[in-house]
Design a protein around this ligand. Structure first.
Ligand SMILES: [Zn+2]
Length: 261
């Protein structure tokens, strides 16, 4: 199984629109960040997490023309707003694209884009998404990829994390309950939101201190920080973090063992 971090930026990317780099060094290529998204590939199946503003760039960079499913973490704009771009992938596959999320996410996506799911404007727009509502702790399979969902507290909504064998992806999470921490036990590699950086006040994202507490308990061999803002310079983060926790970067590839736990 191969994991590719398609993007690891916060909602604005780095640089933010207008060329605002914040504390990030523009000369460091790993500071160039698109919106957070992930690709999981087995021998025969490809799944992405989220449909970010940068979906088109991500697919074109890799020459990826076929997807077996799209997992949504939650319904915030920066994670779903390129959902229309999936039309062309579904068209070329000549079948509905399977899209997965929790009830709250799928209700909101359906409310905002009804024509993706139903023949709202008959003869003009053809629906191209097949909706799948999944529970907070579900096990399911897309192609030959086994997936487990786990609930995440994102302060303003409940997001879903996804586990693929020994790898897990926790985007946009402020806190994890005991059941979700148990669902993560045994992971070897984790890509996790650290977007609140050193902020101590309430946030919709975890800060680095919290990520370090989680890794202390879960002990993955490697943890990568995602959802990084313009406050978070790559090399500064490398100096601030222990060697088993690194900032992710766009295009980071992780090879994992089999797709079963
Ligand atoms: Zn969010």
């Amino acid at each position: 199984m191969k994991i590719t971090v398609l993007g690891c930026g916060g909602s604005l990317g780095t640089p933010a629109p207008g060329g605002f780099w914040g504390k990030c060094d523009p000369a460091e290529p790993r500071n160039h960040r698109t919106r957070a998204s992930l690709l999981v590939q087995s021998g025969e199946s490809s799944v992405i997490v989220d449909a970010t503003y940068d979906l088109r760039i991500h697919l074109n960079r890799l020459g990826l023309q076929q997807l077996d499913g799209v997992l949504l973490s939650h319904h915030h704009n920066d994670h779903v707003n390129a959902i229309d771009d999936l039309r062309v992938i579904a068209y070329h596959a000549n079948k509905l694209m399977d899209i997965y999320g929790n009830q709250e996410t799928m209700d909101e996506v359906h409310r905002r884009w009804p024509y993706l799911f139903e023949p709202k404007f008959e003869g003009i727009y053809v629906p191209f998404l097949q909706k799948h509502v999944i529970g907070n702790y579900d096990k399911f399979r897309i192609g030959d990829i086994d997936i487990e969902s786990y609930e995440q507290d994102h302060t303003t909504c409940t997001s879903l994390g996804y586990r693929f064998g020994d790898f897990a992806y926790s985007v946009d999470v402020a806190n994890l309950n005991e059941k979700s921490l148990q669902a993560l036990e045994g992971i070897e590699t984790w890509v996790v939101d650290g977007g609140a950086y050193q902020r101590e006040s309430i946030s919709t994202h975890a800060n680095l201190k919290r990520v370090m507490e989680w890794t202390e308990r879960l002990k993955p061999k490697m943890t990568y920080i995602t959802v990084m803002t313009t406050h978070m310079d790559y090399k500064t983060l490398c100096d601030e973090l222990p060697p088993h926790i690194r900032p992710a970067y766009d295009g980071l590839e992780i090879e994992m063992g089999g797709n079963m736990r």
